[in-house]
Design a protein around this ligand. Sequence first.
Ligand SMILES: C[S@@+](CC[C@H](N)C(=O)[O-])C[C@H]1O[C@@H](n2cnc3c(N)ncnc32)[C@H](O)[C@@H]1O
Length: 323
Amino acid sequence: MDNSSWKRLQKLRQSYLDAKGFLPDYWQDDELLLAYDETLAQRIRWKWRAVIDVLPLAIAAFPKTLVDWGCGTGGASREILSMHPEHFERLILLDRSNRAVSFAARQVKSEQPNIKVDTKLSAVDEGFTLLISHVLSELPDEELRKLMPLVERASVILWVEAGRPQESRKLSGIRSELQGSHHFLAPCPHQDICGMLREGQEENWCHFKAPVPKEVHHSAFWRECAKQLGVDLRSLPVAYLFAQKKNAVHIETKDELRILAGSRQYKGYTRFNACHQSGIIQADYMKRNSKKIYEALAEPGLDSKYETSELLLKDDADDDKSL
Ligand SMILES: C[S@@+](CC[C@H](N)C(=O)[O-])C[C@H]1O[C@@H](n2cnc3c(N)ncnc32)[C@H](O)[C@@H]1O
């Protein structure tokens, strides 16, 4: 990557960080798309990989048509296709930038020659899997309103955003709008209002830490990227929503806790944050109960979920160590 590409990426990243719910179309040429695709889009793809790895629904149950809305270089759809090339048949790429759509279509055609690629929404006339990735920081409310009918129609929704307060809380709000049409399969352990939207949680947000691939830590390119763009390669915060259109099948909600990012380990206990049907819980898990769980809670993965009775133990509550 030459100096001028790094400079352009720095400017682009800064505009993402500064965006207050709007950015004008910034895909000026294919060089910028390529530079983005090799750097920032790769980081986003690590998040997608982490999310897809823990989905509580077999890919075989997903509609075979993918719609990648706000596709950019197509990172979200290219990642799911690279992980499950055998399942999907069609991909519809949508973005306000025709240049981005053409770039993404070219990449998909060369990587997945068996996938039929379309670039028009009118091509969706059946059940589809909707992918949305990293659009909320630059999407004005009126554009989100225009997007919602498509989201409400989707058989399966997989929406991944940066694990920052603004984007995550916005996604929680969108989740509320989908309560009538969709079941929430992940990360939520329940179907009620998102606990982060309840009173007293205004400073908090639902997010997780996705793993960075090991090879990245030994790569000179990624070291340079971290330096040039100021990205932290140790931490990859992610917010996401995985939902399935409601149908006649009744999904039973179990009494479970989803462990969120932000645990702290102390000598004899781990203090963890969790999502529960009753709201967001902060509690302490005593090492003496299980060293394995005490350690697992300190570094929760995206699939960190427990039966409530397994973590909130009566004895600990009596000790006043657990809420
Ligand atoms: C940060 S990029 C993310 C690209 C890609 N989804 C990814 O995760 O790498 C945001 C994308 O959303 C697109 N976008 C922004 N506003 C849009 C709108 N109103 N309609 C369609 N696409 C939009 C931009 O052109 C850009 O490609």
